[in-house]
Write a protein that binds this ligand. Structure first.
Ligand code: NAP
Length: 293
């Protein structure tokens, strides 16, 4: 087994982001800022938000946090988002998902200014990703792309795992992970197969993959029987089983193989927050060029 150390790659990326933040502050006299919104008090969401706030502080990015009660109406959430759209110090706005009640998450996201949509979930940004013809275009246009998929591409690039001409199977078709990741792999010239709960012969399809990405939400689902020798497994899943954090891949089953794999924890997870910082800097840069246009 070859371990893809997401924590190590993420630490190096955060050090670079910190340097860039310092440089941007010197150049502009302004501090890039991220506004986070948490509705309700779900313990897992609270933990994610705390990690995001700490990561901002460590990188020198200003963080502004807003807590709303679980009983908040969609209109109240949207009113806060609109206020933050007009707040100059908030370069990025992150609405922690899932929402606790029957508020419509996509309606709330649609209220975020596309320029501040650091999760890349606004239809404008999701559409721009779909329209992109290449990775170079995505980078050149400083597009705001969903953080977890962006982190996966970063991990593959930093681990020197080629994508061009390779077969990539993405298991899971959510708007948050599976769909944008498939578009990013396509932009990197992989041949992409999108699989989901209705896919027939999943094992056989996965066996054709040079890169298999599991974004399912089922602990230990992908075993070594799904993966061919020498392939790469990117485990996006974050699950709890027997009180422990684990991924969608059965990590132990890959021990005696020559498969390259990301662990959980310490694989894709740290990269997601790192890409949130990256997107906050992109949003700052994009808005700066908007303002000075
Ligand atoms: P989601 O919205 O629940 O989507 C799960 C996807 O898996 C769906 O497309 C579903 O197919 C598919 N699926 C379910 N059972 C399947 C099966 N037996 N065979 C094939 N496909 C199956 O989840 P998500 O938001 O994409 O998240 C997926 C996992 O990643 C979760 O564990 C989540 O916690 C984790 N995650 C991690 C990070 C991170 O930073 N590492 C970030 C986001 C999410 P259908 O569409 O047909 O239902």
């Amino acid at each position: 087994m070859i371990l893809i150390d997401g924590k190590k790659i993420s630490d190096a990326a955060r050090a670079e982001i910190k340097e860039r933040t310092e440089k941007l502050k010197k150049e502009t006299g302004k501090t890039p800022g991220l506004a986070t919104i948490l509705v309700g008090d779900d313990p897992a969401s609270q933990t994610y938000i705390k990690s995001k706030i700490k990561a901002c502080e460590d990188a020198g990015i200003r963080s502004m946090h807003y807590s709303l009660p679980a009983s908040s109406s969609q209109e109240e959430i949207i009113a806060l988002i609109k206020k933050l759209n007009d707040t100059p110090d908030a370069d990025g706005i992150l609405l922690q998902l899932p929402l606790p009640g029957n508020q419509d998450a996509q309606d709330c996201i649609n209220a975020i200014s596309p320029l501040k949509d650091v999760d890349g979930l606004h239809p404008f940004n999701a559409g721009m990703l779909n329209l992109s013809k290449s990775w170079n275009e995505i980078i050149k246009k400083n597009l705001l792309v969903s953080c977890t998929p962006l982190g996966v591409i970063y991990l593959l690039q930093k681990s020197q795992i080629p994508m061009e001409g390779k077969t990539a199977v993405v298991i899971g078709r959510s708007n948050l992970v599976g769909k944008p990741l498939s578009m990013l792999l396509l932009a990197n010239n992989a041949t992409v197969i999108m699989a989901h709960s209705k896919t027939k012969n999943l094992k056989e399809i996965c066996k054709t993959a040079d890169i298999a990405v599991a974004a399912i939400g089922k602990p230990g689902f992908i075993t070594k029987d799904y993966v061919k020798d020498g392939a790469t497994v990117i485990d996006v899943g974050i699950n709890r089983a027997d009180g422990k954090l684990c991924g969608d891949a059965d990590f132990e089953s890959f021990k005696d193989t020559d498969v390259a794999i990301t662990p959980v924890p310490g694989g894709v997870g740290p990269m997601t927050i790192t890409m949130l910082l990256e997107n906050t800097l992109k949003a700052f840069e994009n808005r700066r060029s908007e303002i000075t246009k």
